[in-house]
Design a protein around this ligand. Sequence first.
Ligand SMILES: Nc1ncnc2c1ncn2[C@@H]1O[C@H](COP(=O)(O)OP(=O)(O)OP(=O)(O)O)[C@@H](O)[C@H]1O
Length: 752
Amino acid sequence: MSQLSSAPSTNIKVCVRVRPLNVEQPSQPDPDLRTNVTSIECWNLKNNVIAPNPDYDSYDYQNSTSEKSKKTAYGFDHLFFPVSKTVEIYNMAVKSIVAAALEGYHGSVFAYGQTATGKTFTMQGTADEPGIVPLAVHDCFSYIRQRNGMSKDREFLLRMSYMEIYNEQINDLLSPSSLQTIRIYESRGKGVVVKGMKEEVVISAEQVFALVAAGEAHRHIGSTEMNANSSRSHTIFRLVIESKAMNTNSKSKVRVSTLSLVDLAGSESVKSTHTSGERQKEGKFINKSLLTLGKVIWKLSEGSRKNLSIADLAAHIPYRDSKLTRLLQPSLGGNAQISMICNVSPEAVHVEETHNTLKFASRAKRIKQRASVTEVMDDATLLQQYREEINALRSQLTVLVEENQSIQTQLMSPGGGRGMGGGEDEEETQAIVAAIHNLERLILRNADEKRTGRSGGVGGSGRKVRVTSGGFFGSNRMSSGGGGKHPFFERVSSGGSEGGGGSFGLVKSDGGKGDKAAVNGASSSPPFLVPPTQPLGGTPNDGPSEAMNDMSVLSTRLSGVSVRSGTPESFSSSYLDSHSLVNELQRVQGLLGAVLEKKNNKRLSMGGDGGTIGTPSKFSGAPPPPPTPTLLKPSLHFSSKEEEIKHLRTSVSQLELNRKLAKADATFLSQQLSDKDDMLNEVAMLLEAVERHQEALERENAELAEALSRTQGRLGQVEVELMQVRGGGGGEEMGTEEGGGGGGGGEEFEMY
Ligand SMILES: Nc1ncnc2c1ncn2[C@@H]1O[C@H](COP(=O)(O)OP(=O)(O)OP(=O)(O)O)[C@@H](O)[C@H]1O
């Protein structure tokens, strides 16, 4: 693995979005709020600064807010007023991260804030106002179609996963019924690895939306007094992006990056949400993990302030204290471009929560990151595997075509049995062509306009397109709100799936027809608009023709390939545990093997010359075609029947031997595979033990550090007291953790 280029060290980009007071009837005192100044309840918003409104005179506010809070102002990279649209936030704070992710830099976007402040509204959006996730997904695909920037003349393979952390348990939203347990472990060289998460190879924005919509049906949502559709879990949508230069040899380096879009559950107090029972339990888990995230952010910001190196810092950051921070460790750990969108409510009743969010945001703003492009030269990248398989299939095709031609020539020659078997040959050849085509269509290219569709990106000038509705969110098992929480994805989902367990066209193989329908969004349900400007309407990659699709199961099974992977949160190179892919390829190869065998037999019966038939690919699950039994060769002459029978027997036993060898090979290989699995399990167990040990050591360390800092604090106090006793007084105020300082531009506010 090599780090190609490193971006300069930058601070996390932090912006704050103030939600409207009343979303049903948004009325604002000032029509031009975006760049102007306004007061909303107890807050003054001015450009990128949010400060308490000294004139706000409610009794509750005056009595419930500390004097210090009333005088603390906060400044950010961007402050979005209640009238701001999500697309503005996207353009300002997220778009560049998406572009960088496609160029090889890891990127993460978080929505953070108190419950009901609009995190999900921001991340997912509605049909009228698409959120960060749909906007980013659209941009990804349109970026690939464009022919400029660092991605010029590159080919891409994208795959997505969708997960939630609910009550400290990671759930795979793409495969909710899977028995596979998801494990996070840290491995040397690979960093934090999530094992067992399903990943779907994706080729269009619509496919991603359909998958997310399917995942939404399984997300935990519940009603609280503050939010009828409150997320009870943190959700992480992630795209893994592999890309490599086109037209270079197949072993060229592959860039691997990830784009993580995180919708955190909201912090909540039992007092305001009035939860009890299950909701209260969920709330505790949410608050606990957010507290750990707060600690991690605080320590990271302190580390950046003191200019500590990432390695020095890593040992002292309590990533392991929650699944959330563990999963986010690679993003927060330095090698990613990050945007944090902090959502707040302007209501006076939530003023203290808003202060807490703003403090969190201010700390996050101090964290420095240095992202770099990761390039790997590795067979484990899916892109590399696909390319090699395509090459192997192409070689087989060439051989097959040559074989066909020679058979045809013989058939056409006088006495050659004209017209026999032509249709079958054609069918077989096309089966391989379709298999190649199906693999090819999973690889997206930016230099092939015809293949990848038309241009136009989010916020750009392309035409709007319609996809179908047909939602199934009413069946969300946790939703108490009837209509579900996420109207955008609800609407883009095509082909409803009641009860959450049905098929979603794109992911399930249904002979290719589900694929096509879902990608095209074709259905008779009423249409609606998806995020602006994405010109879809058809498959971005023109898939194989219907005729080809129908010809053979070969051609359909490879689309929508799922990979269950030990995916790298650390974006490492050798993480693919792509059993399903390999199985699929083995199956295809098996079928091709059978095709070749059939062809061989046909040729034998015609008296062909028994030449080589293709090189089996490395995934070949079928034994190589049997050697041509020489007894049938016209050149052989036997002096007697006995001699012929003897020869026949030898040939039969030779064939039997070949079969046994092939079987032994297969057994040997599968034994090796299972040994490897056992070994991996053992290593995983060992790693877990080491991890536990490390955790214990870290806890011990943390306790010692705390004791040390208490002692130092006490020492400081003693020194101050000593100075006071001596009459020196010190004069200076002791700094708090927040540090004060700054003096808010001559006003009576202190900038946090
Ligand atoms: N900027 C906004 N404009 C219009 N409506 C908004 C805005 N922000 C939030 N809302 C509305 O407020 C309600 C609560 O928003 P949302 O569910 O997104 O909050 P949340 O922060 O995700 O809450 P939780 O943490 O409980 O899941 C929703 O009905 C949403 O549509």
